[in-house]
Ligand binder design. Structure first.
Ligand code: AMP
Length: 581
């Protein structure tokens, strides 16, 4: 094993490192992390069986009140890593006391997602969580803020807006979390973040999570974090000889299509015995049920089962009565199943070492095993990380189409018929064929027999289309490099930008106000539902700028931008055609 520690150019700070551990070793559970019973109960209800590595490392120092600088991408469980300690440390205030925690996130989607997650974790202690983001009517947010919130999850632009209006007070803030900090910087929120942090009390706790640690993140950390605990993954690279012989592939698709996609992949792969890993107990139960409903012989295995139940499941798998095991990592720890041919990750595992342990269950004794991972587009970065750690490629594949499935079924039918022909004992059917042959061609008789056999095996359950989802841009996009002088280069020329009809939005600030393309992308994506990909050409003139956006989103973008600031200033926003008049 060779270590490849992530380089750190932050001042000498204590470093916690996560190392690969023995899969069968006892690891601290949530109980040992020092969380109160209500929060533990919420986690049990969600079906979380054990902390993810980032949670195991981050929760104790955060509970002590330490600042933290964590390198973690979406999918590692980082939301709970910062949310649980801030809920543990909080005394939800009744009435209209100011919020105790402020979580800053780059986009509206993330604001909603993070706030839902914190709500789920904190419901049991009555925590009031409020998302505030651009694009939502400000009046509704004003009323909610007035009613009082314990945790505010906000995009920086909208947070500053409320601070400026005096509707979001920072004096009660005990913890600030910067989530996906690198994304926020990329979107041009650096100054906003500085301004917000400067307005919070000096003694606050500051937590920064970022998927990458460029110098700019370290600069923010230096400025705003005090003696932070630094958490990063020490990547253990499997030596070439140790790497199991496993064909590894991944399918990138939206969550909603995962069950159907998994069914198709299983149909095409036809595993002799497979284990499907899920993150939570609840997911295990649901998926086992769904797969059973689709005609697979699936068994659920998780920490909630009694030893007897566990034994029964294992027995079914070993005897071949079941061919799919749906399990959590905890439940599958220490299991040794010889017949396993396939490992399926229903989600990308939260840490590369967990991926390595999982796929190590197949490809034993020189046999080729298969590892299949279903990833959501936002989990693409985790896949890359795994590739880096294992030093092996994960092939991104297309979900089999209905046509692929049909072809595969016919292929299997052909193989089955061939076997039947080679076997003895067909004579008793001869009379049927001979009688029909008087009336029909033998070929037609054969075709009808094949059809009946084919129909009897049942067709694919789902005939729905599973749309292909593009894997997101491989690494940091070039969008944030300020264009050198003159008019901003149209971004669409770089093969990005919206696909449908577009219109241009006039923004009354330009080069002389220091506006850069990233400020505009940041403002648009931070304050509306659009993502960076939806924003088209950006042109920056001396006194104004033009931003190309999809026609259907234009009104929303204009309304959102009017409610926010560009480079800290309110500016005129309108449709471009108005400028010609
Ligand atoms: P995040 O990285 O915070 O976006 O979390 C990724 C996913 O992992 C979310 O769906 C969480 O609900 C889930 N998750 C977080 N912590 C755990 C855990 N300890 N066990 C199982 N699932 C978890």
């Amino acid at each position: 094993m060779s270590h490849c520690a992530v380089a750190a150019d932050v001042p000498a700070v204590p470093t916690t490192r996560m190392t690969a551990t023995d899969p069968t070793a006892e690891r601290p559970g949530f109980t040992e992390l020092g969380l109160r019973p209500e929060l533990l109960a919420a986690l049990t209800e969600l079906g979380y069986e054990e902390p993810t590595p980032i949670q195991r490392e981050a929760i104790p120092p955060l509970l002590e009140g330490r600042d933290l600088l964590g390198r973690a991408a979406t999918g590692t469980g980082k939301t709970a890593a910062f949310a649980l300690p801030l809920l543990e440390r909080m005394t939800p205030a009744a009435g209209t006391g100011g919020p105790g925690a402020l979580v800053l996130v780059p986009t509206r989607e993330l604001a909603m997602q993070v706030s839902e997650a914190i709500h789920r974790y904190g419901r049991s202690i009555g925590a009031r969580v409020l998302p505030i983001y651009g694009g939502q009517p400000i009046g509704r947010q004003l009323r909610s803020l007035e009613r009082g919130a314990d945790v505010v999850v906000a995009t920086p632009g909208r947070a500053l807006d409320h601070i400026g209006r005096g509707t979001l007070h920072l004096d009660s803030i005990a913890t600030v979390v910067l989530d996906e900090a690198d994304e926020m910087l990329d979107m041009g929120f650096a100054e906003d973040i500085d301004a917000i942090l400067d307005g919070t009390p000096d003694g606050r706790q500051t937590v920064l999570f970022s998927a990458t640690m460029p110098a700019r993140i370290n600069a923010i950390a230096k400025r705003h974090l005090t003696d932070p605990v630094r958490i990063q993954i020490v990547e253990e690279r499997a030596a070439a000889g140790e790497a199991p012989l496993v064909r590894q592939s991944a399918y990138v698709l939206s969550r909603a299509h995962k069950p159907a996609a998994l069914a198709r992949v299983l149909d095409v792969e036809a595993p002799a015995a497979a284990i499907v890993f899920c993150r939570t107990r609840n997911e295990v139960d649901q998926l086992a049920e769904t797969l059973t409903g689709r005609g697979y012989r699936a068994e659920a295995l998780h920490g909630g089962l009694s030893q007897e139940g566990r034994d029964r499941v294992m027995q079914r798998l070993r005897s071949g009565t079941a061919d799919l095991l749906v399990a959590t990592d905890v439940a599958a720890r220490g299991l040794d199943i010889d017949q396993l041919t396939h490992v399926v990750n229903y989600d990308v595992p939260s840490a590369p070492e967990s991926y390595v342990h999982r796929i190590g269950r197949v490809g034993r004794a020189g046999r080729e095993g298969v590892a299949i991972t279903l990833a959501e587009p936002r989990e693409h970065r985790l896949l890359k990380n795994i590739e880096r750690v294992t030093g092996q490629r994960i092939q991104i594949q297309k979900v089999p189409t209905i046509a692929d499935l049909r072809a595969r079924r016919l292929e299997m039918m052909r193989a089955t018929l061939r076997e039947a022909i080679l076997e003895e004992g067909l004579d008793r059917f001869r009379v049927v064929v001979e009688t029909l042959a008087d009336e029909f061609d033998v070929m037609e008789v054969a075709l009808a027999a094949v059809k009946l056999a084919h129909d009897a095996t049942g067709g694919p359950v789902d005939e729905v289309d599973i749309p292909e989802v593009a894997a997101p841009r491989p690494e940091r996009p070039p969008r944030d490099r300020p264009d050198a002088g003159g008019r901003g280069k149209p971004r669409a020329a770089r093969g990005r930008g919206p696909s449908g009809p577009t219109t241009r939005v006039f923004v009354g600030a330009g080069r002389s106000a220091g506006v850069r393309p990233q400020d505009l992308v940041g403002a648009v994506t931070g304050e509306s539902q659009l993502t960076g990909r939806d924003v088209g050409a950006i042109e920056i003139f001396d006194r104004f700028s033009l931003v190309e956006v999809p026609v259907p989103a234009a009104d929303d973008v204009i309304a959102a931008l009017r409610g926010s600031t560009i480079k800290g200033r309110k500016v005129t926003i309108r449709r471009e055609r108005d400028t010609s008049g």
